[in-house]
Design a binder for this molecule. Structure first.
Ligand SMILES: [Zn+2]
Ligand SMILES: [Zn+2]
Length: 160
């Protein structure tokens, strides 16, 4: 646990890079405004990923440089927001999403980072719908649902 606490956030500082599954899409994120990565256990993420949760990191979209052919998936969220998720047109790996309600920001799918195996997730949202077999480590910060404003995001997840 001390190990995790010490490293928290360090793995997402500075310039970051990543790619889709097949490598046709590559990106870099220059150093800039970003929040710490978190896991979202909501039902939408489970459906969208076909998995138990998704790993996101909020960043300023102007910091991203991305190459390769992208396609997009659209979703009108029950909250009223409209979500567009971008990924590789060839292998369909998803890279990042934007939400019409959160101008200037985007949400990275952290598993696409070149250093994704170094990630040390400390924050979990929508634990109300977390699959029961997933145990969270001691000291994990959890929220039953999710932050409702930019300020709440910054306060809960924290700046990386
Ligand atoms: Zn690809
Ligand atoms: Zn979610």
């Amino acid at each position: 646990m001390a190990h995790g606490a010490k490293r928290s956030g360090q793995e997402v500082k500075g310039e970051l890079s990543g790619q889709c599954l097949c490598g046709a899409v590559r990106y870099t994120l220059r150093e800039g405004f970003r929040l710490k990565p978190y896991a979202c256990h909501c039902g939408n993420c489970q459906s969208r990923t076909g998995s138990a949760f998704s790993e996101h990191m909020l960043f300023a979209i102007s910091d991203m440089n991305i190459s390769g052919e992208l396609d997009a998936g659209e979703y009108d969220m029950p909250s009223g927001g409209h979500s567009t998720i971008y990924g590789c047109a060839k292998c369909k790996a998803r890279i990042y999403a934007v939400n019409a309600n959160r101008e200037g920001m985007a949400s990275l799918r952290c598993g696409t980072l070149d250093n994704s195996t170094d990630l040390d997730i400390q924050h979990h949202i929508w634990v109300a719908s977390k699959q029961p077999w997933i145990g969270l480590h001691e000291g994990a910060k959890t929220m039953e649902q999710q932050p409702r404003s930019h300020q709440e995001w910054v306060e809960f997840v924290g700046i990386a």
